[in-house]
Write a protein of this length. Structure first.
Ligand code: SAM
Length: 417
């Protein structure tokens, strides 16, 4: 199952879509086996750049994509060393037969045995290349190196790690300290992180979280949890959350203050998820399917005190949660997203009341979507000023162990003279 998922992603599908397909196709498989296959697919994609190079150097002629993905997944499993080498090779050989017929068994057997014999030299050769060493496409490495001469290697290294599981405690239902006690009573190790956050020592399935079904907590990265406090929506305000699905930040805004929130997204299926999430948490917003570049079509002339624009972006700051991203993105996607972000900024800025504030956010680390985008916006809008945000001062939160990479710019419209 893991190799099928990797093959689909290598062919251009998103990891979420490929996993959903695989789970449907293997619905009879025991949950633990499906979980193990999912972990292997993630691990293989994290190591893509390294394992594909090894796989390619082992074959004299390129095999069909499913077999190439199978070899990569098997090499990843062999390198992890959690199961015996012979078991892994035997299982891969059997899988090859069911994927591509008996003739592929010999090929897979031969390349994996050669990998085991020549492992050290093969790994050394793969690590001698930048894509192999950093497990990212070359253009991505080059962009980060020029944008962050001192940090690019740690950004790449963090993107290749396992993300932590961070929770946001619903202030309307409990307190962070009371929830910490609930976790302790359930023997779940955790520490507090940020105003509403709790970081678990080890990830667990959401259904196993105390109080999850009752809406006491949500899963949300600590970097994403900064948005609601930076937005600073106070009681009684009219708030627009443009690009709101699946509603993580909408919910946090509503948990913190008695405000009226309009939550808009142009994806109907994802918009349903805003409703589901708010229902679970006992929160209410005006949820709308609409294009945020054309607010007149869904909110008439309404203006808002606070606007959160959590813009669509390359998601280059959340790669450790979505390792497919680094292989699916193309270099021109940056300019494409930047153009959409500019259109959203321009349309939504007109919807602020004078003196109102807009929080522009992305989960990207590419400057064109962040700092450069905002500088251009400020040069076009003398009535806009950028307010200082305490953490991080530049607005660019680089990915680190405790949080993903995010960018925040808080923009205020000068009150009319
Ligand atoms: C980064 S995600 C938002 C995450 C969300 N704020 C949260 O915290 O759960 C960006 C969202 O923008 C939506 N989107 C993209 N273009 C849009 C547009 N023109 N109008 C409205 N929503 C849009 C996407 O469907 C996607 O759900």
């Amino acid at each position: 199952m893991a190799s099928g998922v990797v093959a689909q992603v290598a062919g251009g599908a998103s990891l979420n879509a490929a996993l959903a397909d695989a789970f449907r196709a293997h619905r009879d498989l025991a949950a633990a086996l499906r979980g193990a296959a999912q972990d292997l697919a993630y691990a293989t994609l994290r190591d893509y750049g390294f394992v594909d190079r090894i796989a390619d150097s082992l074959a004299t002629r390129p095999p069909q994509p499913e077999i190439r993905a199978l070899v990569m997944a098997a090499i990843t499993a062999l390198r992890a060393g959690r199961r015996g080498d012979h078991t892994i090779v035997d299982q891969a050989v059997e899988a090859a037969a069911s994927l591509a017929g008996e003739r592929s068994k010999g090929f897979v057997n031969a390349v994996l045995r050669r990998f085991l014999r020549e492992r050290e030299a093969l790994e050394r050769a793969a690590a001698a290349t930048e894509t192999g060493r950093h497990r990212h496409p070359q253009w991505w490495i080059d962009r980060l190196r020029s944008a962050y001469p001192g940090d690019w290697e740690s950004i790449l290294a963090t993107a290749n790690t396992h993300p932590p599981m961070t929770l946001r405690v619903n202030r309307r239902r409990t307190t962070r300290d009371a929830y910490m006690m609930r976790l302790a009573a359930a023997a779940l190790e955790a520490r507090v992180l940020g105003e509403d956050g709790v970081l678990l020592a080890r990830p667990i399935p959401v259904e196993a979280l105390p109080g999850f079904r009752e809406g006491e907590v949500s899963v949300q990265d600590a970097g994403a949890q900064l948005a609601a406090s930076l937005l600073g929506a106070a009681h009684g305000m009219q708030v627009l959350d443009a690009c709101a699905a699946p509603g993580g930040k909408t919910a946090h805004i509503l948990e913190r203050a008695d405000v009226t929130v309009t939550a808009v997204d142009n994806d109907p299926a994802r918009t349903m998820r805003i409703r589901e999430n708010l229902d679970r948490l006992g929160l209410v917003a005006n949820v709308v399917v609409g294009d945020a570049t054309r607010p007149g079509t869904w909110c008439g002339d309404t203006r808002f005190d606070r606007i959160l624009l959590d813009a669509p972006c390359t998601a280059s700051g959340v790669v450790r949660r979505h390792p497919d991203i680094k292989w699916l993105r193309r270099v021109d996607d940056i300019a494409r997203f930047a153009a959409t972000q500019e259109a959203l900024l321009e349309a939504l800025w007109q919807r602020l009341v004078p003196g109102g504030r807009m929080l522009y956010a992305t989960c990207s680390v590419f400057p064109e979507e962040n700092f450069v985008q905002v500088e251009r916006f400020l040069s076009r809008h003398p009535e806009a000023r950028r307010l200082a945000v305490a953490h991080p001062a530049s607005g660019q939160l680089l990915p680190a162990q405790d949080h993903d990479g995010f960018y925040y710019a808080l923009l205020e419209m000068w009150p009319a003279a």
